[in-house]
Design a protein around this ligand. Structure first.
Ligand code: IPM
Ligand code: MG
Length: 383
């Protein structure tokens, strides 16, 4: 059997970092005598929309939604010639169907975002080391403020009232909280003392939706007696994340709070250039770096491909688990180890990581980092 991967680089630096992820995947799979994987590269996003008037072709959409086993996505978001971001007639970002639409269409209810500081990566937190920062944020991904129940009341051409309805359901809460506890079960606990824990990050002191979310959280927690349930209001959580990240193991949050706190998470793990993500449900998965298309950086071969490469590793790990295929899990492990080695050695890195102790390092290009990780993967697989 052959795994079919839809590769959607999308816009901007997505077109530079995704090829590096694919390069590393191909080489790691080959060096591990891994599974047969077919990478099918397809165009989608804002630039495609500018050129063709649609976000992707019907064939691409059909392949992604039905045939592909998994999707590796770069980023979407383009600018037109006057420098404004390209929007659809309904006001949504061009590329919306690809990034947000797929989360709904494929019911990818959990957005799993590991926040781990790797050795050799500068963190803005003084006194924190890789031993302190190792958590996973599980963001609800199919409801909350992202439910497409919004609109603007326009009278005489004036947008007078705008509404975004925040939807929190029992079903949506339960499945994402269960996923968070399952992830905690397979980890080694929080860095500070190894305690297994899931922290429910919400605003249940005020919001009805969050009260429902927390009630479901408590019900699910009862089924996991060895994992400690923990609670934080989202505003307070942001300062604890900065002051004592070592006290978190797995964190679960409603959609928009999860969106916000994972950018903070990315910052403490060394920046958006190194933060990967997996959008998963019970069927397919979409794997994408947390960062966006960063059009200002596109075309210079400077963007950090590590987040995309680690997203590729998450994809292999997920295939390994869901298809019960040890060869995929092995490939994922080799890619992770290769990234760790390159970062630890500290010589080959993009500009964003050349600071602090590494400020004297000459920045490498996107492709050079991809090459170094691919080379390390070959060596690691060879033993
Ligand atoms: C993310 C991004 C998206 C989101 C944007 C691009 C709509 O910020 O994946 O975190 O808000 O979910
Ligand atoms: Mg975001």
């Amino acid at each position: 059997m052959t795994y079919k991967i839809a590769v959607l680089p999308g816009d901007g630096i997505g077109k530079e970092v995704v090829p590096e992820a694919v390069k590393v995947l191909r080489i790691a799979i080959e060096s591990c005598n891994g599974p047969d994987v077919e990478f099918v590269e397809m165009e989608a996003g804002g630039e495609f929309y500018l050129r063709t008037g649609r976000e992707w072709t019907e064939d691409t959409e059909a392949f992604v939604k039905t045939e592909a086993d998994a999707i590796l996505l770069g980023a979407v978001g383009a600018r037109n010639s006057s420098g404004n971001s390209v929007r659809l007639p309904d006001g949504n970002l061009a590329g919306y169907s690809v990034v947000i639409g797929l989360r709904f269409a494929l019911d990818l209810y959990a957005n799993v975002r590991p926040v781990r500081l790797l050795e050799g990566v500068p963190t803005p937190l003084a006194d924190k080391t890789p031993r302190d920062i190792d958590m996973v944020v599980v963001r609800e991904n199919t409801e909350g403020l992202y439910a497409p129940i919004r609109g603007t009341l326009v009278r005489s051409g004036e947008p007078e009232v705008a509404l975004d309805v925040r939807v929190i359901t029992e079903k949506g809460s339960r499945r994402v909280v269960e996923r968070a506890f399952e992830i905690a079960k397979r980890r080694n606990g929080r860095p500070s003392d190894g305690q297994s824990m899931v922290t429910c990050v919400d605003k249940s002191n005020l919001l009805a939706g969050c009260q429902l979310f927390r009630r479901v959280f408590n019900e699910v927690a009862e089924k996991y007696p060895t994992i400690r349930p923990d609670y934080a209001y989202v505003d307070a959580w942001t300062q604890w994340c900065v002051r004592r990240p070592e006290s978190f193991d797995v964190v679960v949050a409603p959609n928009s709070f999860g969106d916000i706190i994972t950018d903070l998470g990315a910052a403490i793990q060394g920046g958006l250039g190194v933060a990967p993500a997996a959008n998963i449900g019970d069927g397919k998965g979409v794997f994408e770096p947390v960062h966006g298309s960063a059009p200002d950086y596109y075309g210079k071969n400077v963007a950090n491909p590590i987040a995309a490469i680690l997203s590729g590793a998450m994809m292999m790990d997920w295939l390994g688990e869901t298809r019960n295929d040890g060869r995929c899990s092995q490939t994922a492990k080799v890619i992770e180890l290769a990234v760790e080695r390159v970062l630890r050695e500290g010589k080959v890195r993009t500009y964003d990581l050349c600071k602090g102790r590494w400020s004297g390092v000459t920045p490498s290009s996107t492709t050079a980092v991809g090459d170094a990780v691919a080379q390390a993967a070959t060596e690691i697989a060879a033993g």
